[in-house]
Design a binder for this molecule. Structure first.
Ligand SMILES: Nc1ncnc2c1ncn2[C@@H]1O[C@H](COP(=O)(O)OP(=O)(O)OP(=O)(O)O)[C@@H](O)[C@H]1O
Ligand SMILES: [Zn+2]
Ligand SMILES: [Zn+2]
Length: 804
C-alpha cells in the first residue's frame, strides 16, 4: 500500500472521467491537498499537463508503475470538496468530461497555458540544420498538425535519433495585481539637512523629500508619482538613500470601485410579504425547497429577492443570485450593490479576466457574502449558502451551448440540496417545465398577481401588418404606432421600440436572376451593415464588401430586402427629426461600458426613444416610459422549434412590461403578420395562466417537454457525408437500447445545416422512461474520443434549449 494522489488531467484528446494515480514527491507529502492544481507528466515523452487533485489515499500498486507529480500550481486548494463532488455529478448528467466541468467552474485565468519548444540536445546538430526543416521563428509553440508531412517525418526522425527534444511547459496564467506602497522614513526636522546635501538642480528629489518629511501615512507609488509628477526612478533613488521603504501588496481589480448610491428596504405590500415569509421560513428551517415566484412585470419581485438575501445574511449565511447576462448591467447591479455594498461580488462577461479572478478570490476568502452573476456564477466558491435566487428563470441563457451543456437551474438545485437551503425561481413568464412542476407540487408556487403601482398591466393593441400594407402604409411603421410615438414626443414621455434584427437589411437579392448573397462558410444569407459599409455573417463573423453588381449575372439591379435596427433608426430620424434616438444592439454595445452608457442616458431622459433588439426587453425599470412598440412580433414564431410560441409569448409579455411601471399608464403596440396566432393573441392580455394551459395542451399532443424528456446528439464534420454516416451509426448502436415508447427524430441535417464550414447532423430522442439510455449515451461519449481524431465532433445535449 502506498499513498497516491488521484488526478483528473487536462488532455483534450484523451479525456476520461476516471482519475489517474500519481506518486506524491516526499517534499510535497505535507503540502499536497485535494482541490489543488498540479503539473504532471502525461503519456510518452516529456509532455506536461495540468491536473486537479480530486482525492488522496492509499492504493495497492507498485510504485514503479506510477509517475510522480512534478510541481504544485497552487499553494492552497482552488476547489473545495463540494465543488469537486458537484463536478462529478455535472459530468455524469450532462454527458461531458470531468475536466471540462472543473475548468468551467473556475475563472478563465486558471486554465493553464501550455507552451512547447523544440530544443537541440545533440552537439552534432547545428541550429541551421534544424532551421532547414522548420524556420527558427516556429520553434516555439508550433502546431504539429500545421506542419507538412515532410516536416513531420523529418522532425520525428530527429527525435527518434535523440537529436532534438520537445520541451513542454505549463504556465499558470493566474496573476494578481501588485502595487507598491510607500512609507516615509524621514521627519520634518530632517528635511533641511537632506535638502542641503542635494545638488541645486535636483528639484524632483527636493519635492520628494519635502513630501516625505511631512507625510506619515502610507501612499501608493502611483499616487505619489502622479501627485509630484516624478518618475519611479526618483522614488527608487529615494529608497536607496533610506528616505522611504517600498512594500509590494496585492490590490483587487474592482470593477465597481466608483460605485456609489445606497438603497434602503421598501415596505412590502401584502403579497410580497407573504412570499418573503414563506421563503424566510425555509431559510430558518434549512429546507432544500424550490419556490416558483410568478409575479407579473413590475410586481416587485426584485424587492422580495433583496429582502430574502438580507434575511439569509442576518442568519449568518450567504446568498447567490443569478440574473440573465443582459440584465446584469447596470440596473440590477445598482440595486443589489446599493443594498449590500461591499458584501457583494459581481461576476459577468463584461468584466476583464483579471477583475473576474479578483471577484472570485474575494468570494473564496469569505470577503463577499452575496454573489450576483450570470450563468456561471452558480459555481461561485461560496460556502454556507442560505438562499439561491434565479431571476427570469425562463431565460435560455441559463443553459450553456457548449460542453458541459448544463442548465444553471439544475446546478442550483444540486447546491440547494447540498446546503439545505431554498431555491427561488422568479419570472413573469415561467418556463413551462417549472410551471408544470409547481402544478405537481414539486415546487411551491408563490404569486404576485398585481403591479406595485396598483395600475393594470399596459393595454396591448395587436396591429395586423397585412392590412396596414394594403392601405399603402410603411414597411416598418403602422399608422397607429406612428401616432403613438408622436404623442409621446409631445408629452415628453419616453418610448421603447423593439425590432429583433440588427443591421440594415436582412439580405440582398438580385432582381434579375434572384441571386441571394450568402455566407461562404454558413448556410445563411449575409446581412447588410451600413455603419461598417459591409455584408456580415451573424453566425461566423465573415465580412465582405457590398457588391455593386450581381456576382451571378452582373446585373446592377441588386436590392435590399428586410429590415434591421440600423435602417429603422434612419427611418425614425426622417419621420421625427427632433426626436433623440438611442440604438441598442450587438453592434452599438460591443465596446466595454457601452451598454451602461446607453441605459444611463435613457434613464436620465437625455433621449426620447430607445430602439433595440431583444436585449432591451428584460429587466429595465424606467418610470417615464409609457409606450412600447414591437415592430415585428413574428421573428421567433418563424423558427422551426417547438418552443417558438413560448419564446414569442415570453418576449412580448416581457417587453410590454417595460411600459407604465410608475404613476403613468402604459400602452403597447404589437405589429404582426400573424395576428391570429394564439401566442400573440394571449400576449395581448398578458395572461400567463391561459397561455400555460393552451401550450401544455399542445405539448401534450405533440409529445414534447414537459411531458417528454429530450436528448439531442449531433455530429459535425467538414464533409456532409461523414457527419450523416456517423449519426446513422450512433443511432444503430442506440436503438436496441431503447424501448418501443421512445421516439427518435432523424438523423436529419440541423435547420442551419452548415456553420463555419462544418455540416451538422442530428437525432433527437423523445422519451418518458428509458432505464438503459444513460449508460448507452455515456458509452457513446467515451467512444466519441476516437472519432475526434477523424475530425468528427460529437455533442450530446440533454434537454436542449434550441434546435437550430
Ligand atoms: N414594496 C414596494 N413599495 C414601493 N415600491 C416598490 C415596492 N416593491 C417594488 N417597488 C418598485 O416597483 C418597481 C417595480 O419593481 P421590480 O422592478 O422589482 O419588479 P419586477 O417584478 O422585478 O419586474 P420585472 O419582472 O418587470 O422586471 C421598482 O421601481 C421598485 O423599486
Ligand atoms: Zn443576378
Ligand atoms: Zn458565416
Amino acid at each position: 500500500m502506498i499513498q497516491v494522489a488521484k488526478i483528473i488531467v487536462d488532455v483534450p484528446t484523451m479525456q476520461t472521467n476516471s482519475p489517474y494515480s500519481y506518486l506524491i514527491p516526499k517534499q510535497l507529502t505535507n503540502e499536497l491537498q485535494v482541490g489543488m492544481r498540479v503539473v504532471v507528466p502525461f503519456g510518452n515523452g516529456n509532455r506536461k499537463v495540468q491536473g486537479f487533485v480530486v482525492q488522496i489515499g492509499m492504493e495497492e500498486v507498485d510504485a514503479d508503475q506510477l509517475k510522480s507529480i512534478e510541481s504544485l500550481m497552487d499553494l492552497e486548494p482552488v476547489l473545495n470538496t463540494e465543488l469537486i463532488q458537484l463536478s462529478r455529478w455535472l459530468a455524469d448528467t450532462t454527458f461531458s468530461f470531468q475536466i471540462t466541468c472543473l475548468l468551467t467552474m473556475l475563472p478563465n485565468v486558471m486554465r493553464a497555458k501550455y507552451s512547447k519548444q523544440l530544443k537541440i540536445v545533440d552537439d552534432q546538430m547545428s541550429e541551421e540544420q534544424l532551421a532547414d526543416i522548420l524556420p527558427s521563428t516556429q520553434w516555439q509553440d508550433f502546431e504539429t498538425d500545421t506542419l507538412s508531412p515532410l516536416q513531420q517525418s523529418e522532425l520525428s526522425k530527429l527525435r527518434k535519433q535523440g537529436k532534438i527534444e520537445i520541451v513542454y511547459r505549463v504556465k499558470n496564467q493566474a496573476q494578481t495585481k501588485q502595487i507598491f506602497q510607500i512609507k516615509s522614513h524621514i521627519n520634518a526636522e530632517q528635511e533641511s539637512g537632506i535638502v542641503d546635501s542635494l545638488r541645486k538642480n535636483a528639484t524632483k528629489m527636493r519635492d520628494l523629500v519635502h513630501f516625505l518629511a511631512n507625510q506619515s501615512k502610507i501612499v501608493s507609488q502611483t499616487t505619489l508619482e502622479k501627485k509630484l509628477a516624478i518618475s519611479s526612478a526618483t522614488i527608487k533613488a529615494g529608497e536607496a538613500k533610506g528616505w522611504l521603504v517600498r512594500k509590494k501588496v496585492e490590490q483587487y481589480r474592482d470593477p465597481y470601485k466608483e460605485f456609489k448610491g445606497k438603497t434602503t428596504p421598501l415596505t412590502l405590500n401584502q403579497e410580497q410579504q407573504t412570499a418573503l415569509d414563506e421563503i424566510s421560513q425555509s431559510i430558518e428551517k434549512s429546507q432544500a425547497k424550490t419556490f416558483l415566484l410568478e409575479g407579473v412585470t413590475g410586481s416587485g419581485k426584485t424587492e422580495v429577492y433583496l429582502q430574502t438575501i438580507a434575511y439569509a445574511l442576518a442568519k449568518g449565511k450567504t446568498a447567490i443570485m443569478l440574473v440573465p447576462e443582459i440584465a446584469l448591467t447596470p440596473q440590477m447591479v445598482t440595486r443589489v450593490k446599493g443594498r449590500f455594498g461591499k458584501q457583494v461580488a459581481v461576476l459577468h462577461s463584461g468584466l476583464s479576466d483579471g477583475e473576474k479572478f479578483d471577484e472570485w478570490r474575494r468570494i473564496k476568502r469569505h470577503e463577499a457574502q452575496v454573489v450576483v452573476g450570470a450563468r456561471s456564477a452558480i459555481f461561485a466558491p461560496i460556502e454556507n449558502v442560505g438562499v439561491i435566487i434565479i431571476d427570469e428563470e425562463h431565460e435560455t441563457s441559463y443553459k450553456q451551448d457548449d460542453a458541459p451543456r448544463y442548465h444553471a437551474r439544475n446546478v442550483a438545485q444540486w447546491r440547494s440540496k447540498f446546503y439545505n437551503c431554498p431555491l427561488v425561481l422568479g419570472s413573469a413568464t415561467p418556463s413551462l417545465e417549472s410551471r408544470a412542476r409547481s402544478e405537481r407540487q414539486v415546487y411551491q408556487l408563490l404569486r404576485l398577481p398585481n403591479r406595485i403601482n396598483g395600475h393594470p398591466l399596459p393595454k396591448v393593441q395587436i396591429i395586423d401588418m397585412r392590412e396596414e400594407l394594403q392601405t399603402g402604409a410603411d414597411q416598418n411603421f403602422s399608422q397607429p404606432l406612428l401616432n403613438a410615438i408622436d404623442k409621446r414626443l409631445n408629452m415628453q414621455q419616453q418610448s421603447i421600440l423593439m425590432l429583433n434584427r440588427r443591421g440594415y437589411s436582412s439580405f440582398i437579392m438580385c432582381r434579375d436572376c434572384g441571386f441571394v448573397l450568402k455566407c461562404p462558410n454558413c448556410d445563411i444569407s449575409l446581412t447588410l451593415h451600413m455603419d461598417s459599409r459591409s455584408m456580415k455573417c451573424h453566425y461566423c463573423g465573415h465580412e465582405e464588401p457590398i457588391p455593386k453588381q450581381c456576382p451571378n449575372c452582373h446585373s446592377r439591379k441588386i436590392r435590399y430586402y428586410g429590415t434591421g435596427t440600423e435602417k429603422v433608426e434612419q427611418e425614425l430620424k426622417t419621420k421625427f427629426p427632433s426626436a433623440r434616438i438611442l440604438r441598442m444592439d450587438v453592434d452599438t454595445t460591443r465596446r466595454k461600458g457601452a451598454h451602461e452608457r446607453i441605459l444611463r442616458q435613457f434613464g436620465e431622459r437625455r433621449a426620447d426613444i430607445l430602439l433595440g433588439t431583444q436585449m432591451i426587453a428584460k429587466g429595465l425599470d424606467f418610470p417615464n416610459v409609457t409606450l412600447v412598440g414591437v415592430l415585428n412580433a413574428d421573428t421567433a414564431l418563424e423558427l422551426p422549434d417547438f418552443r417558438s410560441s413560448e419564446r414569442t409569448f415570453q418576449l412580448l409579455t416581457q417587453v410590454s412590461g417595460r411600459a407604465g411601471r410608475a404613476d403613468k399608464l402604459g400602452e403597447v403596440f404589437v405589429q404582426t403578420f400573424n395576428p391570429d396566432h394564439y401566442a400573440i393573441q394571449l400576449a395581448k392580455t398578458q395572461n400567463y395562466e391561459n397561455f400555460f394551459r393552451k401550450e401544455m395542451y399542445i405539448r401534450h399532443q405533440g409529445k414534447y417537454p414537459p411531458y417528454y424528456f429530450t436528448l439531442q446528439i449531433t455530429a459535425a464534420n467538414k464533409e456532409e457525408k461523414m457527419a450523416a454516416q456517423k449519426m446513422f451509426a450512433v443511432l444503430k448502436e442506440l436503438r436496441p437500447q431503447l424501448s418501443a415508447d421512445a421516439i427518435v427524430l432523424g438523423p436529419t441535417p440541423k435547420p442551419i445545416a452548415r456553420v463555419k464550414n462544418k455540416y451538422y447532423y442530428q437525432i433527437v430522442i423523445k422519451y418518458k422512461h428509458e432505464p438503459n439510455l444513460h449508460t448507452a449515451v455515456t458509452k457513446i461519449l467515451q467512444e466519441s474520443q476516437s472519432y475526434y481524431r477523424q475530425g468528427i465532433q460529437l455533442s450530446i445535449d440533454a434537454e436542449p434549449q434550441s434546435f437550430m
